[in-house]
Ligand binder design. Sequence first.
Ligand SMILES: Nc1ccn([C@H]2C[C@H](O)[C@@H](COP(=O)(O)O)O2)c(=O)n1
Ligand SMILES: [Zn+2]
Length: 162
Amino acid sequence: MSEKRKDYLSWDEYFMGVAMLSGMRSKDPSTQVGCCIVSQENKILSMGYNGFPTGCSDDEFPWAREGDDPLETKYVYSTHSELNAILNYSGGSLVGARLYVSLFPCNECAKAIIQCGIREVIYANDKYSDTPSVIASKRMMDAAGVKYHQYRKTEREVTICL
Ligand SMILES: Nc1ccn([C@H]2C[C@H](O)[C@@H](COP(=O)(O)O)O2)c(=O)n1
Ligand SMILES: [Zn+2]
């Protein structure tokens, strides 16, 4: 009798993989971020990626990072992957959930994460760790008791032919 497979995805690989796949939907030319929210029973509750709100055309609103006029940059319009994942959830409470995200949450997303009761954040990249936004985010999550740690990368490479 054949035995069960041994090289199946771990929970962390699975959920971070789903977060990264979700990020591939982003139209942001410089940074694509994906997020996956998971219940205490390891059920996927919601997903999100960074982009403009519904009705704000990807082709009409600006993707620029810099400009004399802030209104001509993406920052005033884009919704972050974490906030989109929280807002996409229509099932009720997120209390006790875990959030997998490909980039450490900013201060605004940290507020939403704390307020909806998410208890743990697992992030892949922390490239903006020196910014006031991320420093404030960590300060708030520390104060609120939201745990966070970096995803422990494995040797696994996943190829999907679509
Ligand atoms: N935790 C984060 C951090 C950033 N984002 C989004 C916001 C922008 O669309 C993009 C960052 O752009 P950059 O300044 O690197 O050109 O990523 C997010 O969704 N979640
Ligand atoms: Zn954010």
